[in-house]
Design a protein around this ligand. Structure first.
Ligand code: C2E
Ligand code: CA
Ligand code: CA
Length: 778
């Protein structure tokens, strides 16, 4: 009883003591008139107590369980009224109540309501199966009754042969008890683990009643019953057990409806047990000749056949349930199973202090694989990924495929090991996958979150959302590192703040994103977006050799927003063309203004992937330059490698035409994605921009330095310029200069600034400019 508070134990133990005392008293002096009154009073008191407990249970319960307890309260109240009438007979009329009496009307109401109440405890959600259980109950009840009849109750029948009402009334109770008992046991077999204790106690209460009622029927038939018989205490015991069930139910959380109810093994054969007993024990007692052997054999055969059909059904149901909860491609859990397990883990977490963590994983650029290798190869790749993930998990963890190229791991255990598992998962992708003879390196974005003990109200949905946000952050960072959720991460579509702290990020819930989208459309329509420029410095001479145009959104409430917090909105909401046009117009207008002041500043503009599929892009850019009187080589377009990868031929053709017109092409973020030297060889490019993360370790890591050196040399051999991005310190700048890198860009040389601050004043050194890029006339 350790799981139940002392209070509950006391509330059950006290009336139980009373029952024991009553048993002793009745055994000693049951025929004394005063004792008989005490007997009636105690029984009435115990029932009133059980009724109150049931009412309290009804108040605490919800939905179906509440209906069950309301019916049970009414049933127990009817029984109490019946006992009260009995007591009045004894007290006022000084005589035993006749059979049947007014009290019996209430006892019958009790029997009917209690049967109805028991059907409401059935936990299966489908009406159909509730009917089946009711039918099972009737069958079982009748079989048990048949057994009871043959063994004992036919004596009752013989005694009341001429008084039909008395007969029905006397036999009704054992029959109702047996039916109730059957339903209770069958409900118990299907019950949610948490409801099992309540239903066990209820079944015990009904079993005790059945014993009392049957014994009573036999005693009455033999005219051997009178108030004060020790059997009265047995009813009292049943009342206490009803009260106990109600008290425990109050402390039991409402059961979850099962995702797909699989009947337990016992529930398959148990309904046939009474039939088997009645059909084998009965015939030899009441039949003669060949029938007494034939009937039992037939009954056994039928029972076997039915059990087998039920077993077969269960096997099919299990298979169906398994399929409904598994991802057919990988054999991993699907979202439904994952959510179910997560919900369960979260309940256990608060009960027994277990750690629960969720890891969310999304394969980067999987669409490229689908497009280039075909769906069947992509499918094989996904099941390989599934196998590797499963190998990273511990026994007891759940690995699920939650979307096309999305996976999730539920990590449960006595203590948090999510970090170690996440590291294993990340490392599992270091080895290439082999499909159709191709070695393919997949890069995952991995986010992890642990349910913190300081947040008891955390829901399973919160946890999944957080893992998703962390995964999105990993995706945005384009880094293979595992990201752990922190409160300052911004949901999908959001971005991290600038290192300068100058820009703020929007808050991230769904409604906020929708509002942000509206505001973004408004900003696009009403010139609300800005372009800033970051200088590109020649590492050899220190001169500014160009600027990169970067998008900014001065948000009226949120402050200056960086592209990371709204670029995904632009991509997802089909705003790419408008924004690209807007940035190009602004950048070229500014370039033209500088140019008209005799300041020749090449400008680089970032292009979104889809723009490169527009075959009229070269002509459009050419016209835009031409109408402003700008030479075409003042414009550089920056593209990322994954853009090229997706539609190599189409994109290469567009890039070739751009270069024929004189527009320069730069590969952006080299070293951050699927960097492959073969693209450098095949692509028509003028410039390679080395990613910040690629060059950051060159001064500390000899191997990184060797790779960077090789890429610089190779790029030169191909006749292209090398630009290093994100240079923040002089040591790195010096290393790059010494190793032949041509151009540098980064906070060391200057942060992105307004067009107005890119002013042609003089040719002064601009390398250390903190927040302005000052460029002299050409
Ligand atoms: P990107 O093309 O790699 O741009 C360089 C980013 O690095 C800029 O971030 C810049 O502010 C930041 N940065 C420059 N120097 C340093 C440094 O020393 N340290 C660090 N930590 N960061 C530095 P920003 O402006 O937030 O832009 C982010 C990305 O958004 C850009 O990355 C680019 O891919 C995209 N983007 C920006 N403007 C546009 C646009 O007009 N069109 C398109 N399609 N994409 C844009
Ligand atoms: Ca760029
Ligand atoms: Ca870049």
């Amino acid at each position: 009883m350790g799981r139940y508070p002392r209070q509950v134990v006391a509330l059950v133990a006290a009336p139980l003591g009373l029952v024991l005392a009553l048993t002793a008293l009745l055994g000693a002096a049951g025929d004394h008139p005063a004792v008989r009154i005490i007997d009636d009073l105690v029984n009435f008191g115990l029932l009133a107590y059980a009724t109150v407990c049931a009412a309290l249970a009804a108040r605490a319960a919800l939905a179906r369980l509440q209906r069950a307890w309301v019916l049970m309260t009414a049933a127990l109240a009817a029984w109490a009224v019946g006992d009260l009438i009995w007591l009045l007979y004894e007290l006022i009329l000084r005589q035993e109540a006749p059979v049947p009496s007014a009290a019996d009307a209430f006892y019958i109401v009790f029997a009917l309501l209690a049967v109805a109440a028991m059907t409401q405890f059935v936990s299966e959600p489908m009406r159909q199966s509730r009917l089946r259980i009711a039918l099972d109950g009737v069958t079982v009840g009748l079989c048990l009754f048949l057994l009871a009849w043959i063994l004992a109750l036919h004596t009752v029948y013989d005694a009341y042969r001429d008084d039909r009402t008395a007969l029905i009334v006397t036999l009704l109770y054992p029959a109702a008890d047996l039916t109730m008992l059957t339903i209770a046991v069958m409900t118990l077999l299907r019950a949610d683990a948490r409801q099992r204790v309540v239903l066990t106690v209820l079944s015990a209460a009904i079993a005790v009643m059945a014993v009392a009622d049957s014994t009573y029927a036999v005693l009455v038939a033999g005219d051997r019953y009178q108030t004060g018989d020790p059997i009265d205490a047995v009813w009292g015991g049943a009342a206490v057990l009803f009260a106990a069930a109600a008290l425990i139910s109050r402390r039991t959380p409402t059961p979850r409806p099962p995702a797909l109810a699989i009947p337990s093994n016992a529930s398959l054969w148990l309904p046939y047990l009474p039939l088997l007993l009645a059909g084998t024990v009965g015939p030899p007692l009441v039949m003669s000749g060949v029938e007494q052997f034939l009937v039992p054999v037939i009954v056994v055969a039928v029972c076997l056949r039915q059990s087998m059909a039920a077993w077969e059904n269960r096997r099919l149901l299990t298979a169906a349930a398994d399929q409904a909860l598994r991802d057919p491609l990988t054999g991993l859990a699907n979202t439904a199973l994952f959510d179910d397990r997560l919900a369960h883990a979260m309940v256990l977490r608060s009960r027994i202090n277990r750690s629960v963590a969720v890891l969310s994983l999304d394969l980067d650029d999987f669409k490229l694989i689908n497009d280039n290798l075909g769906h069947s190869a992509a499918d094989r790749l996904l099941s390989d990924v599934g196998r590797r993930l499963a190998a990273c998990a511990r026994t007891g963890d759940t690995v699920a495929r939650t979307g096309g190229d999305e996976f999730a791991l539920l990590l449960e255990g006595p203590f948090d090991e999510s970090e170690a598992v996440a590291r294993r998962v990340s490392a599992a992708f270091d080895v290439p996958f082999t499909v159709d003879g191709h070695d393919i390196l997949l890069r995952p974005s991995i986010g992890v979150t642990v349910a913190s003990m300081s947040e008891p109200d955390l829901t399973p949905e919160d946890l999944r959302e957080r893992a998703g946000i962390a995964m999105q952050a990993a995706k945005r960072a384009r880094s293979p590192e595992v990201h752990t959720f922190s409160a300052d991460m911004v949901p999908a579509g959001g971005g991290a703040a600038d290192a300068s702290g100058a820009a703020r990020r929007p808050s991230g819930d769904g409604a906020a994103q929708i509002r942000l989208l509206g505001e973004l459309r408004h900003a696009i329509d009403h010139h609300g977006l800005d372009v800033v420029y970051q200088p590109k410095i020649s590492l050899r001479t220190g001169d500014t050799v160009g600027v990169e145009a970067l998008l900014r959104w001065p948000h009226p409430q949120l402050g200056l927003l960086l592209p990371d917090s709204f670029l995904s909105l632009i991509r997802e909401q089909g705003l790419i063309q408008r924004v690209t046009d807007l940035v190009l117009d602004k950048a070229l207008d500014d370039t033209a203004r500088w140019y008209s002041h005799d300041t020749r500043i090449p400008v680089a503009v970032n292009l979104f992937a889809p723009s490169l599929r527009e075959t009229d892009l070269p002509d459009k850019l050419c016209r835009a330059l031409g109408c402003r009187g700008l030479p075409t080589d003042l414009l550089t377009v920056e593209i990322t490698e994954d853009v090229v990868l997706s539609e190599m031929d189409l994109v290469t053709a567009v890039l070739r035409r751009l270069r024929e017109y004189g527009v320069r092409v730069a590969i952006d973020d080299f070293g951050s994605g699927y960097s492959s030297l073969s693209y450098l060889r095949d692509l028509p490019i003028d410039e390679v921009k080395l990613d910040r993360h690629f060059i950051a370790p060159v001064t500390s890591d000899r191997r990184a330095a060797a790779v960077a050196q090789a890429v610089i040399d190779l790029t030169h051999d191909l006749g292209a310029t090398v630009v290093a991005e994100g240079i923040e310190d002089a040591v790195t700048a010096d290393w790059l200069r010494e190793h032949g890198c041509d151009v540098g860009q980064g906070y060391l040389f200057g942060r992105p600034v307004d067009a107005a601050r890119i002013v042609g004043v003089d040719g002064s050194d601009t390398r250390r400019a903190d927040d302005a890029a000052v460029i002299g006339p050409s």
